[in-house]
Design a protein around this ligand. Structure first.
Ligand code: CA
Length: 230
């Protein structure tokens, strides 16, 4: 489980990070609302912990902007404000739960667990052109023009990651981080996996006599999937 913490108070963000990591979560911290919103938009987080008062963009505005764009990630809001009106405003902005500061770490954990339980399992069904590439996360199934690609698990995870950002460069470090996590991988594992995905896409495309979405190598930076949402 991967959690994003938006908290500008250094001591609190450090202790949240340490405490959550001890519980086995992977944690990223953003110290202002703009950075936090940008990170949240990557779509890789299972939950967000968001302070109300943040530099550059306040917590409720961050949440409202994400919700307006369809982000369903569960949000636990933290705040020193404890009035009923503030609670209502926080929940109206799209927070799923609300915790007043100061709070007991154990209560925060319990609320986070409850949010994660309630959240729908992340099952994404992506449709991309050309070739009608369909990635069904719930079924772990990838097809091109209805032809199954037969991807290995890491190949599937890698293609899903690229497909979540069609037309954009995804950086190498980020790909290694998100696909392999803390597992040590040899330097060329990423290249080998990408070329595996490429050849499976090409084989399926040839079989169907269509164009395959292309995975471009952006040398020294990362990879980009040339496809658009269908
Ligand atoms: Ca704050």
């Amino acid at each position: 489980m991967r959690i994003l913490v938006l908290e500008d108070e250094a001591r609190l963000s450090r202790s949240l990070q340490t405490g959550l990591e001890e519980e086995g979560y992977r944690v990223d911290v953003a110290h202002d609302g703009v950075e936090g919103e940008a990170l949240a938009r990557s779509g890789v987080y299972d939950a967000l912990i968001v302070d109300w008062r943040l530099p550059l963009r306040e917590g409720p505005e961050v949440i409202a902007r994400l919700r307006a764009d369809g982000f369903a990630t569960p949000v636990l809001m933290l705040t020193a404000r404890v009035g009923v009106e503030d609670r209502v405003a926080g929940l109206d902005a799209g927070a799923d739960d609300y915790l007043g500061k100061p709070f007991a770490f154990d209560e925060m954990l319990a609320r986070l667990r409850a949010l994660l339980r309630r959240a729908a399992p992340r099952s994404l069904r992506l449709h991309l052109t050309p070739g009608n590439l369909v990635l069904d996360e719930a079924q772990h199934l990838a097809t091109l023009a209805a032809e199954p690609l037969g991807l290995r698990p890491k190949e599937f995870a890698l293609l899903v990651l690229l497909a979540r950002h069609p037309g954009q460069i995804v950086r190498r470090e980020r790909m290694v981080d998100l696909v392999w996590g803390d597992t040590l991988v040899s330097p060329n594992t990423l290249e080998v996996t990408v070329s595996g995905v490429r050849s499976r896409l090409l084989n399926a495309a040839r079989a169907q006599r269509i164009d395959a979405p292309e995975i471009e190598t952006v040398r020294g930076v990362g990879y980009r999937l040339h496809a658009t949402p269908a």
